[in-house]
Write a protein that binds this ligand. Structure first.
Ligand code: PHB
Length: 405
């Protein structure tokens, strides 16, 4: 075919015209056809988080802050509007395979944000890790295994590993002069991994864990356990509970009359996002976490004000993790100009992600795809977290068993 068509319209002009008619901009002619077609469609963001039960507050905080962050960026990722496809995980490990496959295979989402629960995270990682898409971003679940033996190019985390806040917690408990401790947590991978990390650090520093108590998840009947703790009279107790369960445990612990004589320690989830409900029962609890509400940086102040305005609630670590998940998506999608098909480049952008101004302070992605971040020591006073200092600077998870690390 000649460049000049019979009717006198040049071929180049004709092609330009049809592209415009199809709603594709002239600039799109330089991007791959695959993306030129998909580029105007919405980005599909699958979300698998708990909206019921003991972790409902966590799922809601993550979702609200993720949406807030994307709204702050004009509601778009790489120039494309976003469609949220949301499933309540119900914290159910047995339902995790069908929920994951629904999002990946039926809804064909571009990204899956989730979960909160370590057991579900392991199931999801086993299904999604061997594939190249969708990209999974974990906005909470700390399972060491997900960024350890199950680590994969398409699995990222914006939160923590269970080891990360717990290990410095054990060190703090020893530094405070305690020698004999009891550990108590829900009986599943998150509790087990956090108690093991806290114990490892505590015993390395000369302490001794005299008993490890496991409570079936998500049960909140603690009376028998608290009687046993009172009878054994340890110097301190190291605990993991979160959400609704943390409220009940801290209140029961105080009601048992041992809060002042046997001080409570643990990863900061014990007092995070639940201060109003715990009230005076949480006074004096010392915890370690990758966030403190009173961190004195401009990004944290702006984030807390925006979150409170949007939701009417005070922000917490779960909201920070949702917010930073939004920031990671914004950064990666900008790097590929919205082309979700450019998986290798998306992964590369996420691997190089560094956030000098997160509400939690500076963090960057490790080789195993988990944040390298500061762990803070906090103490509750008057219903508020008070920052005591940095318990561990730029702490990276050891990523044991990850072939990428
Ligand atoms: C987890 O299951 O990994 C988990 C759940 C709640 C938390 C922290 C970790 O607050």
């Amino acid at each position: 075919m000649n460049d000049k068509a019979a009717n006198g319209v040049s071929r180049r002009k004709f092609l330009k015209g049809t592209a415009a008619a199809a709603g594709v901009s002239a600039a799109a002619s330089i991007v791959p056809v695959r993306f030129a077609i998909a580029g105007t469609a919405k980005v599909k963001l699958g979300i698998l988080l708990p909206y019921s039960g003991t972790y409902a507050m966590l799922g809601n905080s993550i979702t609200d802050a993720l949406k807030l962050r994307i709204a702050q960026a004009g509601g778009k990722l790489g120039g494309r509007a976003v469609e949220y496809v949301r499933i309540d995980s119900e914290m159910s490990v047995p339902k995790a395979p069908q929920n994951t496959k629904k999002l990946a295979d039926k809804d064909k989402v571009d990204f899956i944000v989730g979960p909160v629960h370590s057991g579900i995270a392991q199931v999801m990682a086993k299904i999604l890790g061997p594939r190249s898409t969708p990209i999974m971003i974990v906005p909470n679940a700390g399972s060491n295994v997900v960024t350890g033996p199950l680590c994969s190019p398409n699995i990222f985390r914006t939160s923590f590993t269970n080891w990360q806040p717990a290990y410095p917690g054990g060190q703090v408990m020893a530094k405070d002069g305690h020698k004999r401790a009891i550990t108590i947590a829900w009986k599943y991978s998150a509790g087990r991994q956090m108690m093991a990390a806290g114990r490892e650090a505590f015993e390395k520093a000369g302490g001794n864990v005299i008993k490890n108590i496991e409570v079936p998840f998500p049960k909140v009947e603690f009376q028998a356990n608290l009687s046993e703790i009172a009878a054994l009279k340890p110097d301190a107790v190291f605990a993991f509970f979160s959400g609704g369960g943390a409220v009940k445990f801290v209140k029961d612990y105080d009601a048992a009359g041992i809060r002042k004589t046997i001080p409570l320690y643990g990863p900061g989830f014990l007092t995070e996002g639940v201060s109003k409900a715990q009230g005076a029962a949480a006074e004096g609890i010392r915890t370690t976490l990758h966030y403190s509400a009173d961190l004195d940086n401009a990004a944290n102040r702006a984030f807390r004000a925006a979150y409170e305005k949007a939701t009417g609630k005070a922000a917490n670590v779960f909201a920070v993790q949702g917010y930073d998940t939004g920031s990671l998506l914004i950064k990666a999608m900008a790097a590929v100009g919205g082309d979700t098909g450019a998986t290798a480049d998306l992964v590369k952008a996420m691997e190089g992600a560094e956030f000098p101004e997160s509400p939690r302070g500076h963090w960057k992605m490790s080789k195993a795809h988990n944040p390298i971040q500061d762990i803070y020591l906090r103490e509750v006073h008057g219903g508020k977290q008070q920052l005591q200092g940095v318990a561990a600077k730029a702490l990276a998870d050891p990523a044991r068993g990850c072939r990428m690390a």
